[in-house]
Design a binder for this molecule. Structure first.
Ligand code: PRP
Length: 183
């Protein structure tokens, strides 16, 4: 079985991801000079993105991780999100960049921001590889570093999964309908 055969079309190629991460990394270098930000990645989907983005950041940075689980009532998000922070660093007084693979309804991110604010960081910004604004249900989100805007299609690859599969694909693609409609 070859996972690539389940992809209807490629939305963002690996070359485009690398090029965009380079632009974002260079911008972060400028915005965070002398601030030593913490890249706070949401497991599990953001790992390929944080790995690629950080290659293009030259200023000192630290890495930390959070585990977020959304309890989906059926196929759409209910807005119930549980967050676990894996505390390698003290977050108080630090500049945080939340790293996400995709912002969809925005429930996950809005909850994470609310929780992180209680740690009294110096600042919180967001970097997301993908943004699907047509699905947004939360309107007070500011995503400073966006890789690509994507349409309301089922996308996988570069960290994004369907039933925990397809995360390793080096590009972002649309899954064939028959993959998620067949039992
Ligand atoms: C996905 C994605 C975001 C969230 C976005 O995570 O990584 O964290 O959903 O959706 P929202 O904007 O509608 O809240 P998921 O819960 O699938 O976990 P994963 O990263 O382990 O795949």
């Amino acid at each position: 079985m070859n996972l690539n055969n389940d992809i209807k079309k490629i939305l963002v190629t690996n070359e485009q991801i690398e090029a965009r991460c380079k632009e974002l990394g260079e911008q972060i270098d400028i915005d965070y000079e002398d601030k030593k930000p913490i890249l706070l990645s949401l497991l599990r989907g953001s790992i390929p993105f944080v790995t690629t983005l950080s290659k293009y950041i030259s200023i000192p940075i630290e890495f930390d991780y959070m585990k977020v689980s959304s309890y989906h009532g059926g196929t759409s998000s209910t807005g119930n999100v549980a967050v676990t922070i894996l505390p390698a660093s003290k977050l108080e007084g630090r500049h945080l960049i939340i790293v996400e693979d995709i912002v969809d309804t925005g429930f996950t991110l809005s909850t994470v921001v609310k929780i992180l604010k209680t740690y009294k960081p110096a600042s919180i910004e967001v970097a997301s590889l993908l943004d699907k604004p047509s699905m947004r249900k939360v309107d007070d989100l500011d995503i400073k570093y966006v890789g690509f805007i994507v349409p309301a299609e089922f996308v996988v690859g570069f960290g994004l999964d369907y039933n925990e599969l397809y995360r390793q694909l080096p590009y972002v693609g649309v899954l064939k309908e028959e993959v998620y409609t067949k039992k």
